[in-house]
Ligand binder design. Structure first.
Ligand SMILES: *Cc1c(COP(=O)(O)O)cnc(C)c1O
Length: 465
């Protein structure tokens, strides 16, 4: 399988090089040159298979040429062996038509584990036997940092530097990062905001001197391998609800458009997806884009669902590219316009193409709380704020009554205990396997929010390429 950039000028790469590169050299994002497809018979053949076996069948076309099936199976077995539920992503029924797909049974209790556990193993596998060394640099407001650190802790050939805003992440989130004491893990608390941390990471990627000394890569969802790993659970859930004979809809709490784009890929591969509901909170750029064609940024409002508090959804570019006849030059121009004015209009083709599969909704804070209360009282399920936003959108989505709707449950409620307690009066407890988090030793350094301080710190500790 070959991969092309959404902006048309970066070289085509294979799966290995796309995984190690992250972003394309022309500023675009990598997508496969064509969508592989599974026939109805092949989809029907997934019924009853384990999660790992489903993963191998769904991902094999994407990794072809870089990994053989036996290697892929071995890495999936290792990654998903670390999940606490044997189904890896179990499906839970809420009422006659609503289901939750629980994606939070990984080591750090957020859905990002599903992709990052595998990505860490891909990195290690692709670096093995080379003298290359990878320096991962990231900024986090919470979930991505802990999932990425867990995925690469102790892995050979990799160092990870994770920046978080000092005193502005929750105690659980900080401890999930800072109690990982592997020598290749470097936690940096920045005396500034998340935006300061993010801006510094971007500046490092764009700094020619820094980028020539170190092979820096990103672990956010611009990395194709992450999206690919997320396609699997759409198949896994839909087959359990009757696909390919029945259509299934999904509601996805959305931030960077990664998780829901994986649903689009599943549909492109032949899964009968009736609708993908893009659920946003008051930071509703995606809802505005999909409902009226207006993709323009505002200021971010902090909410109880912080992983959805975004201004720009990086992966939306992948959809716009696919819906615009894969014309890289036209897309590059559209994105340049957006980057300079912070606003753009979708073309008619993009708007109509999106409307065929996507619905969208904006969920207010009180509607989120009502969804949590409903799930607690009627289905005996405790939801985290992100999942509650997905469920609120699912329950009022314009989807035919005979089609089951699966809401993706993206975080364990105990990660957001205060918000859950406010809405339901119930205090979720941390699962036993991470219950001793508050007794573990922490290690991190506090640095001023300046480019020089942070690059000097990294240069002292990272290994040149
Ligand atoms: C990252 C995250 C999301 C958003 O996912 P995207 O792929 O960025 O759209 C939603 N919920 C939780 C809990 C997350 O951690």
């Amino acid at each position: 399988m070959r991969y092309q950039s959404t902006r048309g000028t970066a070289p085509e790469l294979d799966f290995r090089d796309v995984t190690l590169a992250g972003l394309a050299k022309d500023g675009g994002l990598y997508v496969p040159v064509e969508w592989p497809s599974l026939s109805d018979a092949e989809i029907a053949g997934l019924a009853g298979l384990s999660y790992v076996e489903t993963a191998v069948r769904v991902m094999a076309p994407f990794t072809a040429g870089s990994l053989d099936e036996a290697e892929l199976r071995e890495l999936c077995t290792q990654a998903y062996g670390r999940f606490s539920h044997d189904a890896v992503t179990p499906l839970v029924q809420l009422d006659h038509r609503h289901f939750l797909l629980e994606l939070f049974h990984g080591p750090t209790l957020a859905f990002k584990d599903v992709a990052l556990q595998l990505l860490g193993l891909f990195f290690e596998r692709f670096l093995k036997g080379t003298d290359q060394h990878l320096t991962i640099v990231g900024a986090t407001s919470g979930d991505t940092g802990s999932a990425a650190i867990d995925a690469v802790a102790g892995r050979e050939g990799i160092d990870i530097f994770m920046l978080h805003p000092n005193k502005r992440v929750s105690d659980v989130q900080r401890r999930q990062m800072t109690t990982v004491l592997a020598p290749n893990v470097h936690n940096i608390a920045i005396e500034g905001s998340f935006d300061d941390a993010q801006a510094m990471v971007k500046a490092m990627f764009n700094d020619a001197g820094f980028a020539s000394r170190f092979q820096v890569t990103a672990v956010n969802s611009i990395n194709w391998a992450r999206l690919m790993a997320q396609v699997v659970y759409y198949f896994y859930a839909a087959v359990r609800l009757g696909a390919p004979a029945r259509q299934v809809a999904f509601s996805v709490p959305t931030g960077n458009f990664g998780d829901v784009f994986a649903g689009y890929v599943a549909a492109k591969m032949g899964l009968p997806v009736a609708k993908l509901v893009v659920a946003t909170n008051v930071n509703d750029i995606l809802h505005r884009a999909l409902s009226s064609g207006d993709y323009s940024t505002g200021t971010v409002t902090p909410t109880a669902a912080p992983s959805m508090d975004i201004q720009v959804s990086s992966n939306f570019e992948r959809l716009l590219f696919d819906l615009a006849n894969r014309d890289g030059a036209a897309l590059a121009e559209q994105m340049r316009g957006f980057e300079s004015s912070k606003a753009m209009r979708l073309t008619n083709a993009q708007q109509q193409g999106a409307a065929a599969l996507f619905a969208s909704d904006r969920v207010e804070p009180d509607e989120m709380s009502q969804a949590m209360a409903w799930a607690a009282s009627r289905a005996d399920e405790i939801l985290d704020p992100h999942t509650a936003i997905g469920l609120a959108a699912a329950r009022r989505a314009p989807i035919a009554a005979d089609i089951p709707i699966v809401t993706l449950a993206t975080a364990h409620p105990a990660k957001f205990g205060d918000a859950v307690e406010r809405a339901t009066g119930l205090r979720p407890t941390l699962p036993g396997r991470i219950g001793d988090l508050f007794d573990r030793e922490e290690r991190y350094d506090i640095l001023p929010a300046t480019f020089d301080a942070v690059t000097a710190y990294i240069a002292e500790r990272a290994k040149p390429r």
